[in-house]
Design a protein around this ligand. Structure first.
Ligand code: 3PG
Length: 206
């Protein structure tokens, strides 16, 4: 067995609350989102975890979630790397649109395909495969070496950038990933084997 990888989707954002496609738009956390981030920190603390390094995206909702978790753990100044490769999937022309309005305009089925399929991009945006093509190499080259050297690593990012990472990490098929949903502020603890495969997975639900 080697190290520990903790993935967490940011707390509720202002556009999650308003039900808008967000993607690369840089919106803040809501009050509930800030509370979810603190709770995530409390649950990790109750597990006795502390981190050696943290990774987050270029977007404030993920950065603030990471910082809240580290504050709760008494690790406010921990080295934290912000990386655009971990950003949310680019929602392209859908960014800023209401998800229910989009369903009315294009139909439930089409919107679900854009949101959850592996290889169908939303208009002008990234498919999950496109997102994975930037997330996975970054994970392999920069994050995974820490985990394999026995470190405990936090990655605070986004629903779809983390779905892309989880797909590769767990070897899920395009069909399995359609059903994978990540709730805001819920940490997932992976222990990895020395060969980089997953030894165990624990979801810290609220
Ligand atoms: O970018 C967004 O709108 C959300 O963060 C994730 O949205 P989804 O649930 O539609 O993939």
């Amino acid at each position: 067995m080697s190290g520990t990888l903790v993935l967490v989707r940011h707390g509720q954002s202002e556009w999650n609350l308003k039900n808008l496609f967000t993607g690369w738009r840089d919106v803040d956390l809501t009050e509930q989102g800030r509370a979810e981030a603190k709770d995530a920190g409390e649950r990790l603390k109750a597990k006795g975890l502390s981190f050696d390094i943290a990774f987050t995206s270029d977007l404030q909702r993920a950065q603030k979630t990471s910082q809240s978790i580290l504050d709760v753990l008494g690790q406010s100044s921990l080295e934290t790397i912000r990386q655009q490769a971990l950003n949310e999937r680019d929602y392209g022309d859908l960014s800023g649109l209401n998800k229910d309005d989009a369903r009315q305009k294009w139909g439930e089925e089409q919107v679900h395909v854009w949101r959850r399929s592996y290889d169908v991009p939303p208009p002008g945006g990234e498919s999950l495969r496109d997102t994975g093509a930037r997330v996975w190499p970054y994970y392999i080259h920069t994050i995974q070496p820490y985990v394999l050297s026995g470190k405990t690593v936090l990655v605070a990012a986004h629903g779809n950038s983390l779905r892309a990472l989880i797909m590769a990490l767990e070897g899920l098929t395009g069909e399995q990933i359609v059903k994978t949903e990540l709730n805001t502020g819920v940490p997932i603890i992976y222990r990895l084997n020395a060969d980089s495969t997953v030894a165990s997975k624990e979801i810290l639900e609220a």
